[in-house]
Ligand binder design. Structure first.
Ligand code: PLP
Ligand code: COI
Length: 342
């Protein structure tokens, strides 16, 4: 198949159109069989619950081209199950795991020309979403839903790529509450954090680091990614919190950290601990591993990278993870699935 004419090595993390997306409708208690379309717009009732009451959730995963020319996805079953949990929490009909996987396979196969070539550093970002499309004016669940999967070939989320970024601890905005929906991929969580993120960027930081909303004492996560650190004792630590997204990348890093002897620990992390860490990073599908160069907390700043280079543990974990994702290393945990060509 002829590849699309894109500048793969310089792609940004943004919307770059592909040929087709796929859409399913839920009506009268069942999902239909889905249809591929070139239409990038949606016919949407103005009283749809997704528009007024945020009845919407989404996912994010990536497909990669291996050296041998196969197209693979990373831990798709985890994304499918997480989206079922998001749907359940928002009273939307869950998309069955088989339907989710079939949708991704169909739409990727219909857009093979947009899977970035191996070794370019780019990947094919896959964005599934579920929307309440039925009209309501009272606050209640819709009676109709859409499940859509669109694709976008992308480069790194933080434009520096695998280079340290500067975070600032956010104390004036909460992204999510402990008993709210911070643990699912609800669109509203991102709307809630946008003003914090934009203000941080205006002040010269890359992103914010949120604290727990209740006590403002523990680290939660960054806007688009989980947080982890390497302690002075050479342990991988990451926050345990009810209001953060259970990151599939973080879960994978915990496995890799265990194998690397970094004795991973998921536990509440006091914000004051940042001053004692040796390395820190953000992790997620879009962020992959993004090393943290510095964190500013009130009038204090801790610097993890003096020379603008990532630390050794972040580097080691980054290479281990990306080698598995790209099919360059043995997939000993069964994380990578090849997309069979139609
Ligand atoms: N936290 C938030 C708020 C996110 O949006 C994401 C991205 O999906 C993550 C963490 C990382 O999760 P994952 O590794 O599953 O992509
Ligand atoms: C992802 O990493 O897939 C996300 O959904 C994060 C998003 C803010 C780009």
């Amino acid at each position: 198949m002829q590849q699309a004419d894109l500048d793969w090595a310089n792609l940004t993390f943004g919307y770059h159109r592909t040929d087709l997306n796929i859409r399913y409708t839920w009506r009268d208690g069942a999902w239909d069989d889905g249809v591929l379309t070139a239409d990038e717009t949606l016919p949407l009732h103005m009283a749809s619950t997704c528009l007024h009451y945020g009845q919407e959730c989404f996912e994010g995963l990536k497909a990669f081209q291996t050296k041998g020319g196969h197209v693979v996805v990373f831990r798709i079953d985890e994304n499918a199950r997480r989206m079922m949990g998001s749907c359940q929490k928002l009273l939307m009909p869950p998309v069955p795991e088989e339907t989710f996987i079939d949708a991704v396979f169909r739409v990727v196969n219909a857009n093979r020309a947009f899977v970035p070539p191996h070794g370019t550093g780019a990947s094919l970002y896959i964005r599934p979403l579920v929307l309440g499309t039925g009209p309501q004016v009272g606050v209640k669940p819709a009676e109709e839903y859409m499940f859509i999967v669109f694709l976008s070939p992308v480069g790194p989320y933080f434009k520096s790529g695998f280079k340290p970024v500067d975070l600032v601890v956010e104390e004036t905005v909460d992204r999510a509450a402990p008993l709210g929906v911070g643990d699912i991929k609800a669109g509203g969580n991102y709307a809630a954090g946008m003003r914090a993120s934009v203000a941080a960027k205006q002040r010269g930081y890359t992103e914010v680091l949120y604290l727990d909303a209740k006590e403002k004492r523990y680290i939660d996560e960054s806007g688009p990614a989980n947080f982890f650190a390497i302690t002075k004792e050479d342990r991988y630590v990451t926050p345990d919190s009810k209001s953060i997204l259970p990151s599939i990348t973080n879960k994978s890093l915990i496995t890799l950290a265990e194998a690397a002897g970094l004795r991973p620990q998921r536990r509440p992390i006091e914000v004051e601990e940042i001053f004692a860490f040796r390395e820190a990073g953000c992790c997620g599908t879009a962020a992959v591993i993004t090393p943290i160069g510095s964190i500013t907390y009130r009038d204090r700043k801790v610097v993890y990278s003096e020379n603008g280079e990532p630390g050794p543990r972040c580097t080691e974990l980054y290479h281990k993870l990306t080698a598995i994702q790209l099919g360059d290393a043995d997939d000993e945990y069964g994380w990578v699935q090849r997309i069979p060509q139609d």
